[in-house]
Design a protein around this ligand. Structure first.
Ligand SMILES: *Cc1c(COP(=O)(O)O)cnc(C)c1O
Length: 348
């Protein structure tokens, strides 16, 4: 069935293994993030087999699917309306509100379970987290918890504001830890220093001692250094391949003709007249993926798409109806394709 996404499980394993070893040398644990592939069971199996420290996802539905085979970390701040689900199907969550901590404690009591959290600190990216200036007002009003334990702190960068992790910023995070431990008699053994964008610091010795957990998604699945925007040496970048089938191939003019209006999405589009063009239509469209995130492996060019069709300039290539075209994916394209129920997932 096409379109389909072909997943090379062994290449993913090699990426996970290499990164886990690299982090272990610096005393850093690995939380492998599964959200971009919707916690696809075959890849979760790899993570369990490779013994990663945590399986992390932003959706509790995905962690429920993972099951209690590994320690599960919920990445998105829990909704008050779902705290019982959260406690039932994960072992740890990232949290930034006192009210949420209290709700989690109540849910944990009800379910007679112990539950752990990391308190997020916002170091400037302006997504989730307690601001450094508000750390005291946060920790000073915490009630005594019985079923809930605050296991540490964490931060998330390069997500909303595009602010990069630096040695200086991560040192501030460790200062927060020391201050909270000294002032509120809490022990915070875990300090999570960010996502794939923190990896570039490893090579320049920019991760200060004491940062002992990273949460990695994109680096493991696409081999991307998301801070330097370049490949990470030694990691596979072609674990996922989109395959789509040719349903029309004709030589047509390159410029539409007739009275010009908007396209199917209300956009006014213009095309350069390049003369006659050998054009192909693939049976994959915007309902599956935005073509801007696709890079064809064949020598063809994506020229546009509608809900269900992707148009290609086939150049002068020799193709036949029914041929399968293959594409590399960026993070957004991978996210969309894995989420689309119309795209088959084939593990090899
Ligand atoms: C998605 C996410 C990650 C992983 O980010 P990558 O850039 O894919 O490594 C880490 N932490 C949190 C809180 C996230 O939401």
């Amino acid at each position: 069935m096409y379109p389909r996404i072909v997943i090379d499980k062994e290449k993913y394993r090699q990426n996970v293994r290499m990164m886990k070893e690299k982090l272990a040398k610096k005393g850093i644990a690995l939380a492998a993030v599964t959200k971009v592939f919707c916690a696809e069971p075959a890849l979760v199996d790899v993570l369990v087999e490779e013994g990663v420290d945590y399986i992390a996802d932003s959706r509790i539905e995905n962690l429920k699917k993972v099951g209690p085979r590994a320690k599960r970390l919920l990445l998105r701040l829990p909704m008050l309306s779902q705290v019982e689900e959260v406690v039932a199907h994960s072992e740890m969550a990232l949290v930034s509100e006192v009210e949420t901590l209290i709700a989690l404690e109540m849910a944990a009591k009800k379910l007679q379970k112990k539950y752990e959290v990391l308190v997020m600190i916002d170091l400037g990216d302006l997504r989730e987290g307690v601001l450094e200036k508000d750390v005291d007002s946060f920790f000073s009003i915490l009630p005594k918890f019985e079923n809930l334990s605050i296991k540490g702190i964490g931060t998330n960068l390069t997500c909303f504001g595009g602010i990069l992790p630096t040695k200086e910023a991560l040192t501030r995070l460790l200062d927060v830890k020391k201050h909270v431990e000294a002032t509120y008699h809490l022990e915070l053994p875990i300090v999570s220093g960010g996502n794939s964008s923190s990896l570039y610091l490893l090579d320049e010795d920019g991760i200060p001692e004491g940062i002992n957990l990273l949460r990695l998604g994109e680096s493991l699945v696409l081999g991307n250094d998301t801070a330097l925007l370049c490949p990470i040496e030694g990691l596979h970048r072609d674990i996922f391949t989109l395959e789509a089938e040719l349903v029309e191939m004709k030589t047509k003019p390159s410029k539409p003709w007739g009275k010009q209006g908007a396209d199917a999405f209300g956009n006014f589009v213009t095309f350069e007249d390049k003369g006659p063009m050998k054009r192909g239509i693939l049976a994959v469209g915007k309902q599956d993926v935005n073509f801007s995130g696709l890079t064809p492996r064949e020598n063809v060019e994506c020229i546009g798409s509608s809900s269900d069709h992707l148009l290609l300039d086939l150049k002068m290539g020799d193709y036949h109806l029914g041929d399968i075209f293959t594409f590399d994916l960026d993070y957004g394209a991978l996210l969309q394709l894995m989420t689309s129920p119309y795209v088959e997932k084939a593990v090899k």
